[in-house]
Ligand binder design. Structure first.
Ligand SMILES: [Zn+2]
Ligand SMILES: [Zn+2]
Length: 269
């Protein structure tokens, strides 16, 4: 099967390094079939600006990726933090690029404050909000896959509550045909995800996974690949590969296909 990575950052995000052309060069050396760029999507109102490029840089980033010519498939995307009130902005962005990845990096509490999912001591309420907002984001049909669905376990033990959150996310993903990602950046940084507890439930449910290195440096474009492949293999999780064409769809070696779609409107919130 082809080598691919669809979750790739660069110097554009402000906390990563490496030019787009350097990532493409590395991918060419490594014999990739598909390389997708997915910078953290900035917002017109500047929210969360500490972890992403300025809004005004979007076009430059997009032109940079579009300008790369290589003997493999290069895709342009964004990794998006979903807020329901920004729906029109996401749709407008999606129309211009090849794909969007969903990723929940912040929990919006009832008082409107945003808390990073990497904060230790997430409460039961925080976990409920994480699960709800992640499932709601997946239901929109905006996302080709969901990044590090188990990131909420980066600073938290895998207890009964965590188990319930994991099951809810895995069930929704299976229902909506949205691939979930085993994340290589978490693996090499020893951050608590990919979480064995989470992915053991995935294996029980027969949910396949996409492998992403979530590279923030050229060196890490493929540094974690063996590790996440071994993780999937050990747990008996089938690996998804991107198919040709857009919107993105995926298939496992054994022919299980995933083609993400929105939740149908009948009776659903
Ligand atoms: Zn990042
Ligand atoms: Zn992320």
């Amino acid at each position: 099967m082809i080598r691919y990575n669809l979750h790739t950052h660069s110097f554009y995000c402000g906390h990563g390094s490496g030019k787009i052309s350097e990532y493409c060069g590395r991918a060419e050396e490594e014999g990739f079939g598909v390389l997708g760029f997915s910078e953290h999507c900035p917002f017109p109102d500047g929210r969360l600006s500490a972890s992403r490029m300025p809004y005004s840089s979007m076009r430059v980033y997009e032109e940079d990726v579009r300008g790369q010519k290589r003997p493999f498939r290069i895709l342009l995307g964004y990794e998006v933090d979903y807020f329901s009130e920004m729906r029109a902005f996401y749709e407008e962005t999606a129309a211009r690029v090849d794909y969007l990845i969903g990723g929940t990096h912040f929990i919006r509490r009832a008082d409107g404050t945003l808390t990073s999912v990497f904060e230790p001591g997430l409460s039961s309420d925080d976990l409920r909000i994480y699960a709800d907002s992640t499932v709601k984001a997946m239901e929109t049909g905006l996302f080709s896959f969901y990044a590090h669905p188990d990131v909420f376990l980066s600073a938290r033990e895998f207890d009964a509550e965590a188990k319930a959150v994991s099951s809810a996310i895995l069930d929704a993903a299976a229902d909506l045909d949205i691939p979930l990602e085993i994340n290589g950046n978490g693996l090499i940084q020893g951050r608590g995800y990919p979480s064995r507890g989470f992915w053991e439930i995935a294996a029980e449910k027969g949910v396949p996974a996409l492998l992403s290195t979530d590279a923030h440096s050229v060196r890490n474009l493929d540094a974690s690949f063996e590790g996440i492949s071994a993780f999937a293999r050990e747990l008996g999780i089938e690996v998804l590969y991107p198919e040709d064409g857009l919107p993105l769809s995926f298939r496992t070696e054994r022919g299980r296909r995933m083609s993400p779609h929105p939740r149908s409107q009948d009776g659903e919130m």
